[in-house]
Ligand binder design. Structure first.
Ligand SMILES: [Zn+2]
Length: 74
């Protein structure tokens, strides 16, 4: 079941990345996921008990954090 967030809240929320880009509901692989995805950096933030956790430490995906982490460690 997809997380339902108030549209006004979604407008206020922004990714903590330097772009402070808006977020959209769901993850790249699952639009119904309880998560928010940054429209700029692609980080996926979890939503716990209806509360978005907009912390870079909690985010998955995004730059420098690919699924195959460690394989492209220049
Ligand atoms: Zn971002």
């Amino acid at each position: 079941m997809a997380v339902t967030l108030d549209e006004q809240l979604l407008e206020i929320l922004a990714c903590p990345c330097p772009e402070h880009a808006p977020l959209r509901v769901g993850s790249p692989g699952d639009p119904e996921a309880d998560a928010l995805t940054c429209t700029s950096c692609g980080r996926v933030f979890p939503v716990r008990d209806g509360i978005p956790v907009l912390l870079l430490d909690e985010a998955t995906g995004g730059p420098g954090n690919s699924e195959a982490s460690g394989t492209d460690d220049a």
